[in-house]
Design a protein around this ligand. Structure first.
Ligand SMILES: Cc1cc2nc3c(=O)[nH]c(=O)nc-3n(C[C@H](O)[C@H](O)[C@H](O)COP(=O)(O)OP(=O)(O)OC[C@H]3O[C@@H](n4cnc5c(N)ncnc54)[C@H](O)[C@@H]3O)c2cc1C
Length: 761
């Protein structure tokens, strides 16, 4: 009797879920984020996970062909290649395409048995990251065939025949793939595609599918030879069986198939990677063109969602981490080299704030990406963590690049070969928009999907309720209530003690408080989620700001945990402590702010008051601070900035994996060279300054300082050399115009400077 009552209540509360939504919910695995939904973190599970490490073969590929590819790339020339390219739209040079194909850059995820490189997710990511730090166009070009697309789908779901034929061709670049899901009427709501495939017979009486589609924004589409197309399959005449609405299906369409219209190009932010629309008009394909053959007809959405949970962990996070690392390395050096008011600009408090943010966020996203990739390499398909990664890495990239540009001032604005920011700046919105725009990822997916797919009880309750299994439904409901009551107590108690009394798995005094806060906020997250669900039920889907804030709590707890894991992985490096503390404090502060905002704005006063008492019991006490987790302090900001303005150590570990070179004339080499020379000259300049202060010297002239034996001639030369190197870094490009009066009216090339440069490792 009670079981039936519970079943009725639950059936009323839960939202209706469509078939595609259910498939999406069931796709992928529950990862570490599941611990936050259950309210208790299993630290042992996280800390026992091995450190992410590249194989020797992957490292050799990075040091060999990837370095060589990066040497061939020049973002400035690529972004200005339109005038020299056949279609006037720009492209990578032919020799770069050939090199990438020959060295299997397009087949990194294809297993070795099919002639691919068979790289791990970490290895694949490391290659994309290094290329992205050199050219966004090249990175996107390499990303797509290795991400969600034909190769991965054929490998996971294809028939043996499809694997044998296509995988070696894809690995060797004999086929260029693309995957077409998005259309004018299905962007964020990708499953709502109007593109159809109707089962029918052709003139010869063979059964196949007649397809019609209209797709846009398809990366590599204009040059693709093999088009993966997602469409809604129907069998109105029952040629395959009783089912008339078969559902979303993925098929492989060779470019030359009659009725395919392809080749036009979009211009995404003026970055010339290949992207464009394509159309199908009554395209007839045999059934064996369905990925996985006839038996996978209608399984397309599940296939896509499962593949997305892996691909989404690699491509855009790798590009974003590359931008964060490049911004950190360039800006840390520039802040030391560039002087205003007689001081390196990094010494100003105003610069400390954004520079600490660049470095701290980069530490955070690098930690989250590498540890999530380790989970992928252990065989998981971490669906919600991959959405968290996509959102946080691309947003942090936006912050880091914007901050870096502010610090560089005009140097980052003036276009030309000396500007290393133009390419990545244009790439920001591309990274944010693709694979579903971030607003939706934050408002709808991270918590909205996570509560169903990663919560230990909700999906079992939903399944039992929809199948009318009253016993199972009440069993799971009671399990959930017991868990929520337990977390209610934990949240209240830890709220009072500030996490004291909860389990800390390490004996590291500096970091213990962060483990405690994650324990506390996990219990609070579990309780607040349950309250929102109890109050809003299926309506939670429409209350996107509630969902977004709970998602922010979840994702920031995930990011903070990954930071702690990275710090442990790297052997608790003392020099990295400020970075790890900054990243943990920022994530925990953001999680707590999200909880406060949730309660302050909650659409029901009663539920808000209950949450406030349980989650923030200290708010009932007099003189209690609003936030237990404060944002990183000014002192911590300064320590972080110092670590990225020094050569070696923390700076090298943080920016590890981006493209560095000592090739003559390369901007990054010129900057690194100046950085080292400026650091070497600083103590000598300090000697002169001190002598002037003491009255031993009248001026800071080098000649006088040598004469007065304050410094030697060699040391004076070192200062001169450092000043020349600094001047070189500060330069920007200028181009002759019709108004130029110092080039005899003749067009002059932009000045490019050759300087012997030495890059530090
Ligand atoms: C350069 C580039 C390359 C791409 N490559 C490919 C590719 O190779 N293959 C492919 O299939 N697709 C590709 N895409 C498509 C990409 O995934 C879509 O652009 C993306 O999913 C968003 O769709 P849309 O642009 O139509 O935005 P819309 O769906 O129109 O969304 C507009 C805004 O509304 C928001 N929004 C929508 N619904 C909600 C909601 N319920 N709640 C809150 N906010 C909401 C979105 O977040 C967004 O901010 C690419 C796109 C670009 C720009």
């Amino acid at each position: 009797m009670l079981d039936k009552k519970i079943l009725k209540i639950v059936q009323k509360m839960l939202p209706p879920i469509s078939k595609t939504e259910l498939e999406a919910l069931e796709a992928g695995d529950v990862g570490f984020e599941g611990d936050f939904f259950s309210g208790k973190v299993d630290w042992k599970k996280l800390l026992d996970m091995p450190e992410p490490k590249l194989t020797e073969e992957e490292q050799a590929f990075l040091d060999g062909p990837t370095q060589e590819l990066c040497d061939m790339l020049n973002a400035w020339e690529i972004n200005n290649s339109a005038k020299d390219s056949a279609d006037g739209m720009g492209d990578l040079p032919d020799e770069v395409w050939d090199f990438m194909k020959r060295n299997k850059f397009l087949g990194m995820v294809v297993p070795k048995e099919y002639d691919g490189l068979g790289f791990t997710a970490l290895g694949h990511s490391a290659v994309v990251m290094k290329i992205a730090s050199r050219s966004v166009t090249a990175a996107v070009t390499v990303m797509v065939p290795n991400s969600l697309g034909p190769a991965e789908l054929i490998h996971e779901y294809g028939t043996q025949e499809q694997k044998d034929y296509y995988l070696p061709r894809l690995a060797n670049g004999l086929e260029i793939p693309c995957f077409a899901l998005t259309g004018p009427d299905n962007g964020s709501d990708a499953g709502a595609m109007p593109d159809t495939g109707v089962v029918c017979k052709n003139d010869k009486g063979e059964i196949g599918i007649k397809m019609n589609w209209s797709k846009r924004y398809i990366t590599l589409g204009p040059v693709a030879t093999l088009i993966g197309v997602a469409f809604d399959m129907k069998d109105p005449d029952g040629l395959l069986g009783d089912k008339k609405e078969i559902g979303i299906t993925a098929a492989l369409i060779p470019r030359e198939t009659p009725g395919v219209e392809i080749g036009d190009r979009h211009r995404p932010m003026g970055i010339p990677f290949q992207n464009g629309p394509n159309y199908g008009h009554d395209v007839f394909i045999p059934l064996d063109k369905i990925i996985g053959g006839q038996e996978m007809a209608g399984q397309g959405w599940k296939m896509l969602m499962e593949s997305l949970s892996v691909g989404r962990s690699v491509s855009l996070p790798s590009m974003s981490v590359a931008c964060g690392k490049l911004s950190t390395r360039l800006t840390g050096a520039y802040a030391r080299i560039r002087r205003q008011f007689n001081l390196p600009i990094g010494k100003f408090e105003g610069i400390e704030e954004p520079l600490a943010r660049i470095a701290g966020k980069t530490y955070m996203i690098d930690a989250a990406m590498k540890n999530t990739l380790q989970m992928v390499d252990q065989g998981q398909k971490p669906d919600i963590p991959s959405a968290i990664l996509k959102y946080h890495t691309t947003e942090s990239m936006r912050t880091a690049v914007n901050d870096a540009m502010d610090i560089h001032g005009g140097k980052a604005i003036i276009d030309g070969p000396r500007n290393l920011f133009q390419d990545i700046y244009k790439g920001i919105p591309v990274g944010i928009t693709v694979e579903g725009a971030n607003i939706m990822t934050r408002n709808l997916i991270i918590f909205g999907k996570g509560i169903f797919s990663s919560h230990p009880n909700i999906l079992p309750i939903y399944k039992a309720a929809s199948s009318g299994d009253a016993k199972e439904c009440s069993k799971e409901t009671f399990k959930m209530i017991a868990n929520v009551l337990l977390n209610k107590g934990r949240s209240f108690f830890f709220g009072l003690t500030n996490g004291r009394g909860s389990h800390v798995p390490v004996d590291d005094k500096d970091m213990a408080k962060y483990y405690r806060q994650i324990n506390r906020l996990s219990a609070s997250f579990n309780f607040s989620s349950a309250m929102a669900l109890a109050h809003l039920g299926g309506g939670l889907k429409r209350k996107e700001r509630v969902s977004a804030r709970l998602g922010d709590v979840l994702s920031n707890l995930y990011m903070a945990s990954m930071v702690l894991k990275k710090f442990e992985n790297q052997g608790r490096q003392k020099e990295d402590l400020p970075l790890a503390k900054w990243a943990a404090e920022q994530a925990l502060h953001d999680a707590e702010v999200a909880l406060h905002d949730l309660i302050d704005n909650y659409p029901n006063k009663f539920f808000a008051s209950v949450m406030k008492i349980i989650v923030f019991p200290r708010s009932l006490l007099p003189f209690s601070a609003r936030y237990a987790n404060k944002a990183p302090s000014d002192v911590l900001d300064r320590q972080v900035v110092q670590s990225v303005m020094e050569a070696g150590g923390a700076r090298d570990r943080l920016t590890d994996g981006i493209y560095l070179t000592d090739r003559e004339g390369e901007q990054i080499a010129i900057l690194e060279d100046a950085f080292n020379k400026v650091i070497a000259a600083e103590p000598l300049e300090a000697k002169i300054k001190s002598a002037v202060k003491k009255g031993e010297l009248d001026s800071s002239s080098l000649a006088d300082a040598v004469k007065a034996n304050i410094i030697t001639q060699d040391e004076a030369d070192m200062i001169e050399i450092a000043n020349a190197a600094r001047d070189e870094v500060v330069k920007v490009d200028s181009f002759p115009s019709k108004n130029s009066n110092y080039s005899n009216g003749k067009p002059k090339k932009a000045k490019s400077v050759k300087v012997k440069a030495v890059a530090s490792k």
